[in-house]
Design a binder for this molecule. Structure first.
Ligand code: NAP
Length: 319
């Protein structure tokens, strides 16, 4: 098969489409013939040599895919060759074939295009597990989503609105704020023009910035608020005012999905299929796709994401 190989850490040009050995199904694994994958910000860090794949993961980038089940290994439950699926991966999605534990594989929701399904697993599992399973966002509460126009943000807006929350986003331009409002967000803050913490009060904050926003996020939390940090685009360190946290009886969580054990990912995937997929089947939640790029030209897809002009997902397609 072919896969995108990171020849050495560096610029997008280091991504090269090469012939590599086919994966073989281990116990409990499925081989997916990949229709499409999608770019996640973590892939850019992996390409730059700043994010090692977890032990045992494929060396090729790609945290999600859609495709057709090709082979099933021993002890796989619920899937057969020919099934149309999408999957949460620990790596290896930028390829023609990928091996994945069956627990991380999902049916493609009804009405979703087989290519667009590639952009759902990572955002659905990340948003569902953090905002709903960990932070327990409730109907009527306010969710603040940083980077509302990101892949993660576009899913967070739709899911939180579907569950009856008030959604506020931050985004880097008036145009991106407008796109978030079109997707259902109630309010938007252009973070380049305004400090969100001056006017937002949230029960739950989904944060992708980390250190740079820590103090402002705590300031923006309501009493009983929950801050979930899933990204560190603004650094890993910040000053935490424990006094403010105590007075607000608030909590700060930090999580990552990629390195979790298979059984934890499996529990998230089952919950997503049970609670989120019916909303996708019904057309309440839709994949938000910026563009499609041939997988062999993954370098171009990385340039698009690095330029930061996208809204939603950049997909990588196999012919
Ligand atoms: N922990 C986990 O398990 C996990 C899983 C998935 C993703 N993530 C993290 O989630 C984030 C989003 O991932 P993605 O793949 O969806 O990325 P993406 O589409 O490339 O989006 C990155 C976003 O960051 C926003 N941003 C940059 N600086 C900002 C600031 N100062 N304030 C607010 N927003 C700012 C950008 O907003 P503008 O374009 O509007 O400027 C952009 O929407 C990444 O940090 C990623 O590492 C974490």
């Amino acid at each position: 098969m072919h896969a995108i190989v990171i020849e050495k850490p560096g610029e997008p040009e280091v991504l090269s489409w090469q012939e590599v050995p086919d994966p073989r199904p281990e116990r409990g694994e499925i081989i997916i013939n990949v229709t499409a994958s999608a770019v996640n910000r973590a892939d850019l860090l992996q390409r730059q040599g700043l994010y090692e794949p977890p032990p045992g993961a494929s060396p090729y980038p790609g945290l999600e895919c859609s495709g057709i089940v090709g082979e099933v290994g021993p002890d796989v439950e619920g899937f057969s060759p020919g099934d149309r699926v999408c999957a949460l991966l620990a790596g290896g999605g930028y390829a023609e074939r990928v091996a994945v534990p069956w627990q991380q594989v999902m049916r493609v929701p009804d009405r979703v295009d087989p290519v667009e399904a590639a952009g759902l697993p990572e955002v659905a599992c990340t948003v569902w597990s953090n905002v709903f399973m960990t932070a327990r966002l409730r109907k009527g509460e306010t969710l603040l989503v940083h980077g509302g126009a990101s892949g993660i943000g576009t899913m967070a807006i739709q899911l939180a609105k579907a569950f009856g929350s008030h959604v506020v986003v931050t985004a880097g331009s008036p145009e991106k704020v407008a796109r978030c409002l079109e997707l259902g967000a109630d309010e938007g803050v252009d973070y380049r023009a305004e400090d969100f913490s001056e006017r937002v009060e949230a029960d739950v904050i989904l944060d992708i910035i980390g250190g740079k926003y820590l103090a402002r996020n705590v300031k923006a939390l309501k009493t009983g608020g929950r801050l979930v940090v899933i990204g560190m685009q603004g650094g890993t360190k910040g000053e935490l005012d424990l006094g403010a946290l105590l007075v607000k009886r608030a909590a700060v969580y930090g999580t990552t999905l990629r390195s979790r054990p298979v059984d934890e990912k499996g529990a998230i995937v089952r919950s997503v299929v049970r609670d989120v997929w019916p909303l996708v089947d019904a057309g309440v939640i839709r994949p938000v796709v910026h563009t499609r790029v041939p997988m062999s030209d993954a370098a171009q897809a990385h340039r698009i994401v690095e330029a930061g002009e996208h809204v939603g997902k950049v997909l990588l397609t196999n012919a």
